[in-house]
Design a protein around this ligand. Structure first.
Ligand SMILES: Cc1cc2nc3c(=O)[nH]c(=O)nc-3n(C[C@H](O)[C@H](O)[C@H](O)COP(=O)(O)OP(=O)(O)OC[C@H]3O[C@@H](n4cnc5c(N)ncnc54)[C@H](O)[C@@H]3O)c2cc1C
Length: 263
């Protein structure tokens, strides 16, 4: 039960208020979702903090303020097309108007819309602590550590990481996804990230190496069968089916990249 709401006027104030254990109320689409596992005694609203909103161009990168909504990011000319592809995985426009990019990264769900794409391109986040100090860490580090109660200030993505594509599998556009596959190709090197429901989001070194070598479908499927992850068989399909889908999807992506002459 969320019992008390405090409205922060600045990012530092928010980080200070939350340091003792409160949650951040951004778009509220996860916090207020029926069945959400997230519950806090105290919430700090960050939606009025101007410095947390908006998109800026950096040196070869794009800095997205944490409370920028999915829809605002989609409408920004600065946000790269590969990220827009992933932002559009959130099919409902109403939800896109509310949900924030920072909230999505902070929640880091095992069916996250953005996690696989952010991992594939080597994105970073900027965190702020209660004294206002900021530090940057890769999304891969974030995936492993997720320091509690730290304010995500910005999500930072490369402007042009190479050829990037992501594919999401769900029963319908509005259903939870059971698999997201993301591929980033740059100068012949590939990084492959997966988000698997029941497992989470991770980079696969095996699939990345194979994709870098231009491996074919059979090899990619074999490698996906052998991935070291406990993938559940559930209403969306068997474990074997999901592994097969990951391998085949990657093979199709590599074919598309070849057609686009990206490698
Ligand atoms: C029907 C439905 C289906 C959904 N399906 C999916 C789905 O398939 N995939 C998916 O990824 N999400 C899904 N969501 C969840 C949600 O819409 C998104 O994850 C959204 O991006 C969360 O952003 P928000 O701003 O609404 O976060 P909030 O609900 O405001 O916050 C979520 C969490 O993030 C923390 N947080 C928020 N902002 C920050 C910040 N700046 N710094 C640190 N912590 C912060 C909060 O403390 C809280 O723990 C679904 C929601 C609904 C209602």
């Amino acid at each position: 039960m969320d019992e008390r709401l405090v409205i922060a006027a600045s990012a530092q104030e928010a980080a200070k208020l939350a340091a003792s254990g409160a949650g951040y109320l951004a778009g509220g689409t996860e916090l207020n979702r029926l069945g959400s596992p997230l519950h806090y005694q105290r919430l700090v609203s960050i939606s009025r903090v101007a410095e947390l909103r908006g998109v800026e161009a950096g040196d070869g990168e794009v800095l997205i303020g944490a409370t920028t909504s999915f829809q605002e990011a989609l409408q920004s000319e600065l946000v790269p097309a590969y990220l827009k592809e992933a932002l559009l995985f959130m099919g409902s426009r109403t939800k896109r108007n509310m949900a924030t990019v920072g909230g999505n990264v902070a929640a880091w769900r095992d069916d996250s819309y953005l996690a696989a794409t952010l991992l594939a391109v080597g994105a970073s986040i900027e965190l702020m602590n209660e004294s206002g100090a900021t530090r940057r860490l890769s999304v891969a580090e974030w995936a492993q550590t997720q320091p509690e109660h730290r304010l995500v200030r910005r999500v930072i993505v490369p402007a042009d990481p190479g050829w990037v594509t992501s594919k999401r599998y769900a029963n319908t556009m509005e259903s939870l996804s059971y698999l997201v596959v993301s591929l980033c190709l740059h100068d012949g090197a590939a990084r492959v990230a997966l988000t698997v429901k029941g497992v989470g989001a991770f980079v696969s070194p095996e699939l990345s190496d194979a994709a870098s070598r231009g491996a074919g479908e059979d090899e990619l499927v074999e490698l996906a069968y052998g991935l070291d992850a406990t993938i559940p068989s559930d209403m969306y399909g068997s474990e074997r089916y999901k592994r097969y889908l990951a391998g085949v999807t990657l093979a199709r992506m590599l074919e598309d990249a070849g057609r686009d002459d990206a490698r």
